[in-house]
Design a protein around this ligand. Structure first.
Ligand SMILES: *Cc1c(COP(=O)(O)O)cnc(C)c1O
Length: 354
């Protein structure tokens, strides 16, 4: 397929003060978009000026949430070059999410090449200060105008870009986590493994209640027994328990995080014994109380590594250690971001030059 490149006649003003960059509020001058229908397959791929979509009010996505997305980042490295972190992993997960939601797969090479072209055109939008990056949001929506319930026959796939500030502009702040014993995120046979908007829509109520009580994030328990910890809103969870690393296994209800996969590799190389197993909420609360649970952190593209300061369950809160980010948590954060920003060599082949 050919990629058409349309001119941008009215470039936007960029934010000069990079300390003012928020998450996902401003977008660059261009976007990638392509269209699908059953007859032509994917077609009309182009990079065009960023702007609103024209959608029929009956479009399937607006009624039945047939939608998927991805999240990855482009980094300005210390040598000035631009790079993506494990983009092929994101694109193949995009296709797995597509399959789960009965949406058409994309050609992985074509989407990656188009993304690289888009980043090259928007290179000036990649911020320069420490910890900043260009957040990349590939999205696919069902665009067919039809109110019947079945997989749509028409889709749009697009990529938008947003310069984002350092997540931890005020230093790495440990989060206060609420373990929900009421709401659930994903059940066996559901869509927990797909990166689909509906999972997020369903999580908003719990997040709102958590925020009202003063907590930062919700940690979900398994839907059948409400006994085992699974993951946080947009992060996989890791626990340093005694001297072992414990993280939930991927058995259909937990998202296959790419930061999770990367953290596991780095932890293995540091010599940690790793247990991918169900960890009960009782073990978490007891471990936090008796000190066997030494550190806990979340992993995700947006935050990279997020230390946990305390866990709250049934309105009972226990602080982890002294409430400060753990030593291993900080070491992992440094190792991962050193690779992303090119301060350390890319031993694992995770970096794709732009
Ligand atoms: C995106 C996401 C993550 C983190 O995945 P990464 O690939 O590490 O960014 C974790 N959990 C959920 C529910 C997610 O949507």
């Amino acid at each position: 397929m050919k990629l058409e490149i349309l001119p941008v006649n009215y470039p936007k003003a960029k934010i000069d003060d990079e300390s003012k960059l928020a998450f996902g509020r401003q977008f660059t001058d261009r976007m990638f978009i392509m269209e699908f229908d059953r007859k032509l397959g994917w077609h009309s791929a182009r990079i065009q000026p960023y702007g609103p979509l024209s959608l029929d009010p009956a479009a399937t996505v607006l009624h039945y949430s047939q939608e998927i997305f991805e999240g990855l980042k482009a980094f300005r490295r210390v040598d000035g070059s631009l790079a993506l972190f494990r983009p092929r992993d994101n694109i193949s997960r995009f296709n797995r999410s597509a399959t789960r939601m009965c949406m058409p797969e994309v050609d992985e090479d074509f989407l990656l090449d188009s993304l690289l072209e888009l980043i090259r055109l928007e290179a000036d939008w990649v911020p320069k200060s420490e910890g900043t990056s260009l957040y990349i949001r590939p999205t696919m929506i069902a665009s067919e105008a039809f109110l019947g319930v079945r997989p749509a026959d028409q889709y749009l796939c697009y990529i938008i870009l947003s310069p984002v500030g350092a997540y931890y502009s005020g230093g790495i702040a440990p989060v206060k986590i609420w373990i929900s014993d009421n709401y659930v995120r994903a059940a066996h046979g559901g869509t927990g493994e797909a990166k689909t908007g509906g999972n997020y829509a369903a999580s908003l109520m719990a997040a709102k209640e958590a925020a009202e009580k003063g907590y930062d994030q919700v940690l979900w328990l398994d839907a059948s027994e409400k006994k085992y910890v699974e993951e946080v809103g947009s992060m996989n969870m890791f626990f340093l328990y005694d001297d072992k690393i414990i993280t939930s296994p991927l058995k259909g209800t937990v998202l296959h995080g790419i930061t999770r996969r990367s953290a596991l590799k780095l932890l293995q190389n540091m010599g940690y014994q790793i247990e991918e197993r169900a960890l009960s909420v009782d073990e978490v609360m007891e471990g936090a109380a008796n000190g066997r649970l030494k550190e806990a952190f979340g992993t995700g593209t947006a935050v990279v590594i997020s230390p946990v300061g305390s866990f709250c369950y049934k309105d009972h809160c226990i602080q982890l250690g002294d409430g400060e980010p753990g030593e291993l948590t900080m070491k992992l954060y440094k190792e991962l971001t050193d690779i992303q920003y090119g301060r350390q060599p890319d031993k694992y082949g995770w970096i794709t030059a732009v």
